[in-house]
Design a protein around this ligand. Structure first.
Ligand code: 3PG
Ligand code: MG
Length: 412
């Protein structure tokens, strides 16, 4: 028995359904074209199910944040969806005003409409309760012309924002198919991971990663932690290794000096569980050169793990039953630094283990390596995935749970 409603709980024929999705896309900085449509593709099962059942799909989504260069309207998103659905998708440059309401009223069974970037509304990003959010024009106006609310925005599930939780107070609400799949899969890993369970953290951020590592070790979600990229460098620095000016500057740009004492404590407490690289790759005359821990400090950027680390990590990974990959092992975008990510990710994809991949850069690496169909689960989440794996309650999921059974009678 699910803790929230799903599409199975509603009759969709002729119903107007507000579908909140996460279409926050990576854009080309110059052309503002969408670079990767993964997040749209992953919501297709929900949209197809609604349209095939003669429901009317009204899509609500955000792109970027107010003031950022990637804060644009959703016309391009509508075009991208139209192409993927092979079916007309209308876009209206309005969110909850007269234009939007009229467009919704004019919809026919099976139609798809995308409203404009919901973050154009100042109150969208205010952190309030679902009850408080439900008093806004957005929720009131759209609820007056809709029958059901479906939330498929797992990647934004950690945000208590208006369009993400407000409708659960006014409309019968359900999780979409993507949301359902993410929650079911990740919950299994969080609560009952098949052992041994190994979590790998890499990439170009370490501040948030420290808390996640601590939490998954404490909860026994992870038995071992393998570190690469900036998280590895941060742990090495806390062990008093001198990494060289460039590498240390990069660390301090991303995090704060005082975090290294936190890391040191964590490293000492879980010394047997946390594994660090023993060699690295740098660029010399534009060629890959590997150096060992003993060669440190270096005046070059350490942009990948070395061959000995790759072999050491493979040896540990080969017995794992659950593997969580967050962050590439190096700057895989550059040919001379792709080796670590390529060898480790390929190795993981071939193991008889449940492999989960998450975060924008990690998924991009998996795609570049052509491994997307060889991993067990690719999460659309970044921040939301991290919070979920830490065992935190996510506002969107909590709101959906609370809305279970609510208004069901009126809807069916
Ligand atoms: C994301 O891509 O992280 C989600 O869409 C949430 O967006 P935000 O981080 O700007 O709130
Ligand atoms: Mg984010």
């Amino acid at each position: 028995m699910r803790e929230y409603n799903t599409l199975d709980d509603f009759e969709m024929e002729g119903k107007t359904i507000i579908l909140r999705v996460d279409f926050n896309m990576p854009l080309d900085k110059k052309t503002l074209e969408i670079l990767d449509t993964t997040r749209i593709e992953r919501v297709l099962p929900t949209i197809k199910e609604i349209t095939e059942n003669n429901g009317k799909t009204v899509i609500l989504a955000h792109q970027g944040r107010k003031g950022s260069w990637d804060f644009i309207n959703l016309e391009k998103h509508a075009k991208a969806l139209e192409k993927l659905m092979n079916k007309e998708v209308k876009f209206v440059e309005d969110i909850c005003g007269e234009k939007a309401i009229n467009a919704i009223k004019n919809m026919k069974k099976g139609d798809i409409l995308i409203l404009d970037n919901v973050r154009k509304l100042d109150y969208e990003t205010e952190k309030k309760t679902a009850e408080e959010h439900s008093k806004t024009d957005l929720i009131k106006n759209l609820s007056s012309v809709a029958d059901i609310f479906v939330n498929d925005a797992f990647a934004a599930a950690h945000r208590a924002q208006c369009s993400l939780i407000g409708f659960t107070k006014t409309l019968p609400s359900a999780a979409g198919r993507l949301m359902e799949k993410e929650i079911t899969t990740l919950k299994k890993i969080l609560e009952k991971p098949e052992k041994p369970s190994i979590f790998m953290f890499g990439g170009a951020k370490f501040s948030d990663v420290i808390v996640t590592i601590e939490r998954v070790l404490r909860n026994k979600t992870a038995d071992k932690i393998l570190l690469t990229g900036l998280p590895a460098n941060a742990f090495l620095k806390s062990e008093d290794y001198k990494l060289g000016d460039k590498n240390e500057e990069t660390l301090l740009k991303e995090g704060k000096e005082e975090q290294f004492s936190e890391i040191k404590k964590l490293d000492e407490e879980y010394n047997d569980e946390i594994y660090l690289p023993i060699d690295f790759a740098i660029s010399e005359n534009n060629k890959r050169k590997e150096i060992s821990l003993d060669d440190l400090p270096t005046d070059k950027n350490m942009f990948d793990i070395g061959t000995n680390t790759i072999n050491k990590f493979k040896e540990i990974l080969k017995n794992a039953k659950t593997i969580f990959l967050s962050g590439p092992c190096g700057v895989f975008e550059e040919e001379i630094f792709i080796k670590g990510t390529k060898e480790i990710f390929t190795f993981v994809s071939e193991l008889d283990a449940f492999s989960i991949v998450g975060g924008g850069h990690t998924v991009a690496a998996v795609k570049k390596l052509g491994l997307e169909n060889k991993m067990s689960h690719i999460s659309t989440g970044g921040g939301s995935l991290e919070k979920f794996m830490m065992g935190e309650k996510l506002p969107v999921i909590e709101a959906l749970k609370e809305a279970k059974n609510k208004h069901l009678k009126e809807a069916v």
